[in-house]
Ligand binder design. Structure first.
Ligand code: SF4
Length: 79
C-alpha cells in the first residue's frame, strides 16, 4: 500500500501547476484518458479523430497521463 504525502511526486501541488501535453503520434485512442478525467475536460472527437483536452476545465491532476498505456500524454509546467 502506498502512502500519499504532500511531497509525493504524484501530487500536482508539489511541482507547481502542470497541464497535459498530448503527443498525437503516440496515441492509441483507447479512451483511458477520457474515462479517468474527473473534470470531463477530455472530449471524444469521433471515430479515428482521437480526443481533445479543454485546458479551461483541466485542473492538472495528471490522471490522464498516469493511465495512458502508450505514454502519449506528458505533464508539463504551465506557462
Ligand atoms: S490532467 Fe486531470 S483534469 Fe486535466 S485532462 Fe488530465 S485527467 Fe483531466
Amino acid at each position: 500500500m502506498s502512502t500519499w504525502s504532500r511531497s509525493s511526486p504524484l501530487c500536482p501541488c508539489a511541482s507547481g501547476p502542470r497541464r497535459p501535453a498530448p503527443a498525437p503520434t503516440r496515441r492509441l485512442s483507447c479512451g483511458n484518458c477520457y474515462s479517468v478525467c474527473p473534470d470531463n475536460a477530455i472530449t471524444k472527437l469521433g471515430p479515428g479523430r482521437g480526443f481533445a483536452i479543454d485546458l479551461d476545465y483541466c485542473k492538472g491532476c495528471g490522471l490522464c497521463a498516469a493511465e495512458c498505456p502508450s505514454g502519449a500524454i506528458e505533464m508539463v509546467p504551465e506557462e
